[in-house]
Design a protein around this ligand. Structure first.
Ligand SMILES: C[S@@+](CC[C@H](N)C(=O)[O-])C[C@H]1O[C@@H](n2cnc3c(N)ncnc32)[C@H](O)[C@@H]1O
Length: 311
């Protein structure tokens, strides 16, 4: 059974299905919720190619989507979209979706170690074939490396204290022990947030998530047909910044220095940003699906023609 409820689904459908778009790539199938919603909402036959790095997510998606027409599923990594497209035999899509991070199903699976609420192994890999686990990071990295990870990817103020407590208490063998050490380092009323931040930071490093998103952005842009749209849903500021910066870079109409009176750069924007303001879930969605509260959606369209320059 899948727990995951897709986030900002109405907005995803509106952006991706508007116009005459038919061919889609879902880079983060999870339990297949977004893909299912797109298939249901489409007024004409569409085709979705879906990947996930986690083989267990693929099993869930397959269960949910097995009786649906128009969907093809494969194990794949969005950091390697060229390979993915080749596997599917397509070189361009009308719409690309990436709902970044982890699913509720991964969170709720105690064995995989994503959650501080359950006793599990310090694993946290999306792909069980990859080498690095949270166990290795927690038990082998130096206190200063751990501090840096907790600060950079968790934005945690008490990073140094937590890192030092961990290093002093090794070996750390499971999620509950790690959570207890975090509680011991910084007791207080914000402890739930601290726990979530430290676990998130470890998950990001185990799966090299930010590097993967940095590769996903140009990969997705390249695979879009002109007029095609891409939608990204982020759950923390590090993810969202990569999406925002890429959109800014590709939508620039001029890169001339400010001192020049007229534009001489001939820059051609490649993307039109569709979400001048980031889209967030409303109170109703947050109430029915509390995990949606940190979601931030950004979308852009690949341009077909260059815009005329204003001098
Ligand atoms: C938030 S969930 C997606 C949920 C999905 N949209 C749904 O409606 O069920 C994110 C998914 O992305 C997957 N993922 C994370 N990194 C990935 C990567 N580099 N390539 C492909 N999938 C990845 C995770 O395994 C997880 O299943």
């Amino acid at each position: 059974m899948a727990f995951h409820q897709p986030v900002l689904t109405r907005e995803v459908i509106k952006i991706l299905l508007e116009g005459d778009r038919k061919l889609f790539l879902d880079c983060t199938l999870g339990a297949g919720g977004h893909s299912e919603a797109l298939l249901e909402a489409a007024e004409q036959p569409i085709k979705i190619f879906g990947i996930d790095k986690d083989p267990e997510a693929l099993v869930l998606a397959e269960q949910k989507l097995k009786n649906r027409e128009g969907i093809v599923l494969e194990h794949g990594d969005y950091a390697l979209l060229d390979e993915v497209a080749e596997k599917f035999g397509f070189s361009a899509f009308d719409g690309i979706l990436a709902d970044l991070g982890q699913s509720s199903d991964q969170m709720e699976d105690s064995i995989r170690g994503f959650s501080h609420r359950f006793d599990g192994k310090l694993d946290m890999r999306y792909n069980p074939q990859s080498d690095l686990t949270a166990q290795e990071i927690v038990n082998e990295y130096s206190a200063s490396e751990l501090t840096d990870i907790f600060r950079r990817y968790g934005q945690e103020r008490m990073s140094k204290q937590i890192a030092e407590t961990i290093v002093r208490s090794r070996p750390v063998v499971g999620t509950v022990q790690l959570a207890d050490l975090i509680r011991k380092s910084c007791p207080g009323k914000y402890i739930q947030k601290t726990l979530a931040r430290i676990f998130m930071a470890l998950r990001i490093v185990v799966n090299d998530e930010l590097t993967a998103i940095e590769k996903l952005m140009p990969g997705a842009h390249k695979l879009l047909n002109p007029g095609g749209r891409m939608v990204f849903i982020s759950y923390d500021s590090n993810q969202d910044r990569i999406v925002k910066d890429f959109f800014r870079l590709k939508s620039r109409i001029c890169v001339c220095p400010d001192i020049l009176p007229v534009c001489v750069c001939n820059t051609t924007p490649e993307l039109k940003i569709l979400t001048r303001r980031v889209i967030k879930p409303g109170p109703e969605e947050i109430e029915t699906n509390p995990r949606s509260r940190s979601a931030r959606l950004r979308a852009a369209e690949k341009l077909t023609i260059s815009h005329e320059k204003k001098n």
